[in-house]
Design a protein. Structure first.
Length: 303
C-alpha cells in the first residue's frame, strides 16, 4: 500500500488500482470536486512520474490512449490545476511521492500492462444525469439525450429556436475546445444529419465558452456523452445493427487466433486484460485469477 495526502487531494495505490480523492481546499478547481473520487485500474495506466519543482513537486499519471472518456473529450487540454491525474506535492512529501511511483511502476512491470491504445473505455466517465452552466448555455445529459438551454448571453438568432434536444443515437462526435487568449472555446455536438457547421456563436448545437472558471465543467458533460458513444478504437464492422455480444471464452480456454504451436503475444496480452477485468468485477476469485494468469504467463515464456 502506498498513499500520499496533500491539500488538493489524496492518492492511494493498493497494487491493483489508484484511488484519487479530490481535496476539500477552497482552491481545488470545481471540475475536480464535481468529478469526485476516481478509481484508476492498473490496466488503464501507461506510466507515472514524479516531477520535482522549486517550491513543490508534482505527481502525474499517464493513461493509455482511449482509456478515459474525459481525456478523450478534452484531448489533454484541461488546465493543469483541473487535471484529476495530477497532484501537487509539498517538498516534505517527496519521499512518499517517489515511493508511490516505484510501487506503481513495479506493478505495471509485473502485470505486463501494455502501454498501447485501448479498444474500450476502462474508466466509466462521469455519472449521469449531469448538468453544467457556463458560457451561453446550460448543458444537461441524462444518458439518452443532450439538452441545451440558452441564457441571456446567447446570440438571439440561436436563442430564437428555443432549447435544443439531441438524442444520443443521432450524435457522431463531441468537441470540447477551451478558450485560449482572445479566442472563445466551445462545446459542440455534431449530429449525423448536420451538413454544415456554423460558428459556435450561431450554432444551435454548440455552447460558447468565454474562459471563465466554470468552463471546464462542460468537459464533464462532454465526457459523460462520449462514454456512452462507440469507442473511437472500435472497428466499424464490430458495430452492426442488432448485433449481440459474443459469449466470453472460458477462463481456462487457450487464447484464440492460431493453433497450439502459434502463440500471438497480442492475444495473450488481451487475455491478461480480460482476466484482470473479471477479477476486479468479482467474477473470478483470487485463486482462480492467479491460476489463470499463471497459465497465460507460461504461454508467454514458451513463445
Amino acid at each position: 500500500m502506498a498513499e500520499i495526502t496533500q491539500r488538493d487531494g489524496a492518492w492511494r495505490f493498493d497494487g491493483e488500482a489508484i484511488r484519487i480523492v479530490p481535496g476539500r481546499d477552497r482552491g481545488v478547481p470545481a471540475v475536480r470536486q464535481a468529478l469526485g473520487e476516481l478509481t484508476v485500474p492498473l490496466v488503464a495506466l501507461a506510466g507515472v512520474a514524479y516531477e520535482p519543482g522549486r517550491k513543490s513537486g508534482r505527481l502525474r499519471l499517464r493513461l493509455r490512449e482511449g482509456a478515459d472518456p474525459l481525456l478523450q473529450a478534452t484531448g489533454g487540454k484541461l488546465p493543469d490545476a483541473a487535471d484529476p491525474y495530477q497532484l501537487s506535492v509539498e517538498p516534505d512529501r517527496r519521499d512518499l511521492a517517489e515511493y508511490l511511483v516505484d510501487e506503481v511502476r513495479q506493478s505495471l512491470t509485473l502485470e505486463q500492462v501494455p502501454t498501447g491504445p485501448c479498444d474500450r473505455y476502462v474508466l466509466p466517465g462521469p455519472s449521469v444525469p449531469i448538468s453544467a452552466s457556463a458560457g451561453d448555455a446550460t448543458a444537461s445529459f441524462d444518458g439518452e439525450r443532450v439538452r441545451l438551454d440558452w441564457n441571456w448571453k446567447t446570440e438571439e438568432s440561436k436563442k430564437s429556436g428555443g432549447p435544443r434536444t439531441i438524442l444520443l443515437p443521432d450524435l457522431e462526435m463531441v468537441e470540447w475546445v477551451p478558450a485560449a487568449g482572445l479566442e472563445n472555446g466551445y462545446l459542440r455536438f455534431i449530429t449525423a444529419k448536420a451538413t454544415a457547421t456554423a460558428a459556435p456563436k450561431y450554432d444551435p448545437h454548440a455552447v460558447v465558452l468565454y474562459g471563465f472558471k466554470k468552463d471546464p465543467l462542460m468537459a464533464l458533460v462532454a465526457a459523460a456523452v462520449m462514454a456512452r458513444m462507440p469507442h473511437p478504437g472500435t472497428p466499424v464492422k464490430a458495430l452492426p445493427a442488432q448485433a449481440s455480444a459474443p459469449e466470453p471464452a472460458p477462463v481456462d480456454a487457450p487464447p484464440a487466433g492460431g493453433d497450439e504451436g502459434e502463440v500471438d503475444h497480442d492475444v495473450l496480452l488481451r487475455r491478461l486484460r480480460e482476466l484482470g477485468d473479471l477479477h476486479q468485477s468479482g467474477i473470478l476469485t483470487e485463486e482462480e485469477f492467479t491460476t489463470a494468469k499463471q497459465a497465460v504467463l507460461r504461454r508467454f515464456s514458451e513463445a
